[in-house]
Design a protein around this ligand. Structure first.
Ligand SMILES: NC(=O)CC[C@H](N)C(=O)O
Length: 440
């Protein structure tokens, strides 16, 4: 361990101890989209920072139901990996007194980066953007459905976006807001969403890895505050088949020399040439990107027309039914609406960046925009893949994503997705929803 890291570790430990922290939960998100953890007593922090915390590579092929599959490069009971906490993100959890959290990177025992570490993948893609002189800003919206342990809606079926709901759950939402802010998160909005008992939080944009870390922390905080109020939170894409589900919309903008490429240009809706190419690259890869951003068979229960989920393979300015919505104005950005809470946020972001960069390198251009609900157009644009196997076929063909992810990670994701498709192949929407509702 270098001296600087040792000094940072001592400082972090002293600060966390002063706040009454006893244990540190290290988290990583697997290819099934599940946030998994190993926790250590705070007094072992220096050791965790020096040697990492042991964890089996078998989690690279875990499925949503905790069964496992195999992959060409990874999986099986052999071997060990080390989780290294990122101390810069270590923070006491306001809703879990005595606990702190930190995201982890995964390394091999010999100290080399694990080729299938999703967080390191997101970092590599950010660096590839930087190598082209681009900096990126990203943020995930977080949606969840709240239930009492008996399955009833604590917001008492209050109207969508209704002030009723904010009143019925006044203490809960206040505690949540306070916990998020105490943890240093820059909350932009918190509000009741459309479906029964559904809420949403949005936070300020940050650099990509930080944005993915933040969404893990936001969800953990929602879980923690919900538990303290005797409630359960579900981030699953499909909570009740046939109704609006939980999205995890990704906002992304690319900047050069302090200038946002999504605005101030000569193109359509003031897009710059480079901004358009970046968006065109993302749009082009969306069918394959679903495997990273809307990965579960349950995702496809959410991804249906006229549910604000972005089921059509098109883009449009401020169009909430387009998979890619261009948000204009001062903080112009791309909103990828088809992504949901079953996604690994590091994979979805890294893959989206790779797609954007491919568009930039090819000087790609956007097709015609789509305005209004595509479902009501005389000739609607094509749908995004409607099933998980269809999306997987696009992913298999994507040389851009394959190259960006590298063989081990690409094949591990492929195996997990294939196995989950098989797992749910003969199940009804209700069965798929029930099997995944409380997993994410
Ligand atoms: N306000 C919204 O955009 C709702 C989004 C919707 N819940 C989804 O599934 O993505």
């Amino acid at each position: 361990m270098d001296d600087e890291l040792l000094a940072q570790s001592h400082l972090t430990r002293a600060q966390l101890a002063a706040e009454g922290v006893v244990g540190l939960a290290l988290s990583w998100v697997d290819n099934a989209g599940i946030t998994r953890t190993k926790a250590v007593p705070l007094r072992r922090l220096d050791q965790a920072v020096r040697d990492g915390v042991g964890m089996s590579p078998v989690f690279d092929v875990f499925l949503v139901d905790d069964s496992t599959t195999t992959s060409r490069f990874l999986g099986g009971p052999d071997g060990d990996l080390r989780l290294f906490p990122d101390l810069e993100r270590a923070v006491p959890l306001a809703a879990q007194p005595g606990w702190a959290w930190a995201p982890a990177d995964r390394y091999a025992q010999d100290g080399t980066p694990h080729p299938a570490c999703q967080r390191l993948f997101a970092r590599r893609m950010t660096e590839q953007a930087r190598a082209r002189g681009l900096s990126l800003l990203a943020a995930y919206e977080v949606e969840w459905v709240l239930r009492r342990p008996d399955g009833t809606d604590p917001a008492e079926n209050g109207p969508a976006y209704g002030l009723h709901r904010l009143t019925d759950l006044s203490d809960y939402l206040r505690d949540l807001l306070q916990a998020l802010e105490t943890q240093g998160l820059d909350v932009q909005q918190i509000h009741p969403e459309y479906a029964a008992g559904q809420f949403e939080v949005s936070v300020a944009a940050e650099e990509p890895v930080a944005a993915a870390d933040t969404t893990v922390l936001v969800r953990q905080t929602v879980r923690g505050v919900s538990a303290r109020h005797g409630l359960r939170a579900s981030f699953a894409p499909s909570f009740e088949p046939g109704t609006v589900g939980n999205g995890a919309h990704l906002h992304l903008s690319a900047w050069r020399d302090g200038r946002n490429l999504m605005t101030g240009g000569e193109g359509r809706h003031q897009l710059t040439k480079e901004g358009e190419s970046f968006l065109a690259g993302i749009l082009d890869e969306l069918p394959a990107l679903l495997v990273l951003g809307a990965p579960s068979p349950a995702s496809h229960l959410r991804l249906v027309p006229s549910h604000w989920a972005g089921a059509y393979h098109c883009w449009g300015p401020e169009n909430r039914e387009a998979a890619l919505r261009l948000v204009s104005g001062r903080s112009a950005n791309a909103e990828i609406k088809c992504f949901d809470g079953a996604a690994n946020p590091y994979l979805a972001l890294g893959g989206t960046i790779a797609a954007g960069l491919a568009g930039l390198d090819a000087a790609a251009t956007l097709p015609a925009e789509v305005n209004g609900d595509p479902a009501h157009l005389p000739t609607p644009p094509p749908r995004l893949p409607e099933t998980a196997p269809e999306a997987l076929a696009s992913f298999t063909r994507s040389t851009t994503l394959h190259q960006a992810l590298g063989d081990p990670l690409f094949h591990a994701i492929h195996s997990v997705r294939q196995a989950e498709s098989t797992l749910f192949a003969d199940q009804t929407p209700t069965q798929i929803t029930e099997a995944t509702r409380w997993r994410y």
